[in-house]
Design a protein around this ligand. Sequence first.
Ligand code: RTP
Ligand code: MG
Length: 139
Amino acid sequence: MTGNRTFTMIKPDAVENGHIGPILEKITSAGFKIIAMKYTQLSKRDAREFYAIHRERPFFDELVDFMTRGPIVSAILEKDNAVEDFRALIGATNPAEAAEGTIRKLYAKDIGENAIHGSDSDENAAIEGAFHFSGREIY
Ligand code: RTP
Ligand code: MG
């Protein structure tokens, strides 16, 4: 049984480059309903906690600096099979390997500055959504 929610962030590079509108259009056109959304900026502490799974990786400090350098758009999305379908919509982590038409193919620069986040499991979607939104912010 697959869940019907995922969590996303439009990352600082995509916000800086003016891609919020086109990315939200791709997301809603693909059938995802936005049930929570905010424009915010992560603190270093937030970013370290959010990406704690990667703390031993060589790119961790770079990732934290990148994710905190400017505002992001975070959102919880609803659709059948949300996690898997959203990962397909955003494309591979490295935009050079992402399929044509995917959000990362269209808007990402490289494997680090890759425009958008998508949860990788139903369990993480729930954890990540709760990290960013209280129950009263979800509609
Ligand atoms: P995300 O969690 O942001 O949706 O990305 P993902 O699942 O496709 O990739 P993941 O392995 O979870 O990596 C998280 C983010 O870390 C940055 N990264 N940089 N320089 C590098 O080699 C490298 N590898 C990963 C990216 O911003 C990636 O999305
Ligand atoms: Mg990931």
